[in-house]
Design a binder for this molecule. Structure first.
Ligand SMILES: [Zn+2]
Length: 67
């Protein structure tokens, strides 16, 4: 896996642990179900913020829970 310049958008920590690899997320939008491509999920070691990366190195972030 390529090295990424990682910075938590919440606490600016650059330490994260892998919470899951090749994770697919499914969900429902309006009346359609969807399934994402495989994602690597990193979790900030400090605040627990989840960061997700797909294989094309684009990234997006989401909060899944509260710490
Ligand atoms: Zn953080």
């Amino acid at each position: 896996m390529e090295e990424k310049a990682l910075e938590c958008p919440v606490c600016k920590s650059n330490k994260a642990e892998i919470a899951g690899d090749d994770v697919k997320l499914s969900g429902r939008f309006e009346d359609k179900e969807f399934l994402t491509t495989k994602l690597t999920v990193l979790r900030c070691s400090r605040c627990g913020y989840y960061m997700m990366f797909d294989k094309t190195a684009s990234s997006f972030t989401t909060t899944k829970d509260k710490s």
